[in-house]
Design a protein around this ligand. Structure first.
Ligand code: LFR
Length: 451
């Protein structure tokens, strides 16, 4: 038995994974809210104390698993002071403090992409660190969230490499911290702990080994994709849609940079060549404001007329938490489109817009990777949303294979099982969707807003 701690930006869970005849089954022990909170002085932070307590409560229900692995969303970190105490808040990547910082960094480090291969996202760790007063960095150690929780469990310090690659401080070719970046930006060397590989034993919690899994949730999710062919793409669809392909080596070309594609490190030296698109965040924020459950709305959205309006999910106005329905209405007004008349129409607008964004990114991934895409594996919570899966197949003209849903937790268990010498493979997709509607109508919808 293996315990997987899988922390998403809206909920976290502790799952128990068992492997029988190479097949993994998961049991959810606990699920808890993780969402960002307002800070007293303004901005957003994670309540890491509450997350840690929920993880510990979940692990208490797990008995004595062979091992424990932790994965979470990327880029956010805590700073440990010289006594090993967390100093200050763990800020949320949606905190506006990073506005304008990336531009300052590219002026000093124009070769940043050529070194790291990491897409420009304003909240990458490198930019967050630039907002810290120098005295908060001196004598401190940075721990990404899964490494911080692992530290609280074991007392040992390290930086797991798949997640470290999202910081914008790791050299994509050597897979080591980049001395050039660290020195040019004046970060103290002590800030960055030694790197760890997925599968390493990092310490002990009670009588269980703590194993450093692919601690970036997207790395774990991609490790659990049941690839149907080497030319398949994936969409890891939760709060974000991470859309791309798996490669053997990074693509650090100006073309990849212009397309804002990222080269994150994966298990066994693989590269996650992908682009972030805002995913179910738009829908989840609407549900939060409306305070209603999804299933009846989804059923109504399936029957709602197509293309009432189209939005670009990556529009900056959708980034921060808030009144998403009002923001979508404002976007429609700004782009000369009618506001979706009902909640069901609004949900349909969101899902069609996500499908269009998926299709656009898949086209770019195929161009940059130099091959056509045979199948799209849609994994994560979005795989449950059959309307989204069908719309993605329709918008892209490519068959969608849905599942597994709990891809990150499965990838987490896969790495632990392998470390324990137990053979396991990801479960197959549970549904497939063939493209069945004319692409012309999709093109004219995309043209409305130049998507
Ligand atoms: C998905 C994810 C993405 C990362 C974003 C912010 O949960 O980890 O891969 O870009 O969250 O950390």
């Amino acid at each position: 038995m293996f315990a997987a701690v899988d922390l998403g930006a809206s909920s976290g869970r502790v799952m128990l994974g068992t492997v029988d005849g190479g097949e993994i089954s998961l049991t959810e022990l606990t699920r808890f809210a993780t969402g960002p909170r307002e800070r007293p002085g303004g901005g957003l932070r994670w309540d890491v104390g509450q997350i840690r307590d929920s993880v510990l409560a979940g692990l208490r229900l797990a008995g004595t698993p062979v091992s424990i692995g932790i994965d979470s969303w990327a880029v956010d970190y805590g700073l440990l002071d010289s006594t090993g105490t967390l100093d200050g808040d763990v800020r949320c990547y949606r905190d506006p403090r990073v506005d304008g910082v990336a531009e300052r960094v590219s002026a000093v480090l124009p070769e940043l992409y050529a070194i790291t291969g990491i897409q420009h996202l304003p909240f990458n760790t490198i930019y967050q660190l630039m907002t810290e007063p120098p005295e908060r960095l001196a004598g401190h150690t940075m721990l990404l969230l899964p490494d911080l929780i692992g530290y609280w469990l074991t007392g040992t310090i390290g930086a797991e490499v798949t997640n470290a690659s999202t910081t914008g401080l790791l050299d994509a070719t050597t897979r080591k911290w980049s001395p050039a970046i660290v020195s040019r930006l004046g970060f103290p060397e002590s800030l960055l702990p030694a790197l760890r590989q997925p599968g390493e034993h990092v310490g002990t919690f009670e009588s269980s080994s703590v194993v450093s899994v692919a601690s970036h949730d997207t790395a774990s999710a991609v490790a659990a994709v049941p690839f149907a062919s080497p030319r398949s793409a994936y969409i890891s669809c939760g709060t974000w849609s991470l859309v791309g392909v798996q490669l053997d080596a990074p693509v650090l070309t100006p073309d990849a940079r212009a397309a804002n594609f990222t080269n994150e490190s994966g298990v066994d030296g693989s590269v996650r060549f992908l682009r972030n698109t805002m995913g179910l965040w738009l829908l989840n924020e609407c549900l939060r404001v409306w305070d209603v459950p999804l299933p009846p709305l989804l059923a109504a959205a399936t029957r709602a007329p197509a293309f009432a309006a189209v939005v670009d999910p990556d529009d900056p106005s959708f980034f921060a938490p808030g009144d998403m329905p009002a923001r979508i209405a404002a976007y429609c007004a700004r782009t000369g489109q009618p506001e979706p008349p009902t909640r069901a129409a609004m949900v349909r607008t969101i899902l069609e817009s996500l499908a269009l964004a998926h299709a656009r990114t898949l086209r770019t991934a195929a161009r940059l990777a130099g091959h056509d895409i045979d199948f799209i594996h849609l994994v994560g919570g979005g795989a449950r949303n059959s309307l989204l899966c069908q719309l993605t197949a329709d918008a892209s003209g490519i068959a969608v294979l849905a599942g597994p849903v709990e891809a990150s937790a499965l990838g987490n268990v896969l790495v632990q099982a392998r470390a324990a010498g137990v053979h396991a493979s990801p479960p197959p997709a549970f549904a497939s969707y063939q493209p069945c509607r004319s692409r012309t109508s999709w093109q004219s919808a995309a043209d409305r807003i130049g998507l």
